[in-house]
Design a protein around this ligand. Sequence first.
Ligand SMILES: [Zn+2]
Length: 447
Amino acid sequence: MSILIKQAEIITGNEMYEVFKGDLLIEDNRISQIAERIEGITVDKVINAAGKTVIPGLIQSHIHLCQTLFRGQADDLELLDWLSKKIWPLEAAHDEESIYYSALLGLGELIQSGTTSIIDMETVRHTEFAFQALASSGIRAIAGKVMMDKGEGVPKNLLEKTEDSLMDSVNLLEKWNNFDRGRLQYAFSPRFVISCTEKLLTNVRELSAYYDVRVHTHASENLKEIEIVESERGMRNIVYLDHIGLANPKLILAHCIWLDEEEKRIIKEKGIKVSHCPGSNLKLASGTAQTPEMLENNVFLSIGADGAPCNNNLDMFNEMRLTALIQKPIHGPTAMDAKKVFKMATIGGAQAMGLENEIGSLEVGKKADLVILDLNDFHTYPSVEVDPISRIVYSATRGNVETTIIDGKIVMENRIMKTMDKSIVLKEANNSMKRLLSRIENQTLAM
Ligand SMILES: [Zn+2]
């Protein structure tokens, strides 16, 4: 399929950060030409984007699609209570169908708000059905089942034997890694240090090296969490991850709020990818990550909304705005400008995925992951003499997203989803949630 996007304001996000008015040609799943005018060719589809803005697809480096159904079920709690009182029992109650619709609900929201790629952590069971949703939705993703072989207050059917956790992960990896020309990839996803034995984590290290895939986990999100890690393992969280050989450029750590100097040095020197989750960090009262300092130290930084029950949206426009604003009362008004934030939301996310040569900017030869914005609205005007990046980060909302293209395919056009039936997803999301809640109430969880 070839698509010609005509006469748009194109925010390339390339090295020079060029912004210009012109045409963009997509052939198969790649951008084959960007020029002021592309004429004299036959294409399958022309999109007249005069007056519209084209940006690289937004990339969220930390998402839990399995939790989308729990939106609004776990407000006003801090992390460890949030997990043990609400999230783990709900995750334990999931069935195949509920995982599938939880994923589709999240994916609909993500695609409709301009997110084209995610790094997703699922729950312990039924991850096959999340992969089916990822496959059919058209999104680009790195995903994996969560791994948990220890921990207090964990429902029985979320607690795995070490060998089962590793075997289930490898089975999913062998089925889904590199699906659809690499659109889907697998990542080993241990939940966080306190949910995992050292045996599990060292096996994950060996397997991720063997299969050449990423490891995605949470780290240093909450003060109590790092206290537990210190008392159990005898060292601080990131120091421990380094000690067991997990600290390397393939490691993606969500949060990283509470770091000491040694941990900051490890993250920088080992090329670890950090996913900043400002909405979740605020709502769970976790703290504020020192992102300006990380950027100054050239740490790889990207952004994620985390899960729907700790946010309660998966909207990257919201997260971009928060990423900038939460630093300003602490570090002053210039601490985190719009361009730095936009880079985190695009090429930063691509680096977290290891795909910086494929996505994250609009350049010839890169994969065609892009979003068409209609910024002709009250809240995004005037448009004259306004920095286009400022307009996107500070003023635009997800309502400005008109069309989303991923891997050269139109997955949403004029706000209509092409890869799922919205009314069915909404209805089945409610049906699934009713089932989960009654399962918890009746304590009919499979043990
Ligand atoms: Zn998370």
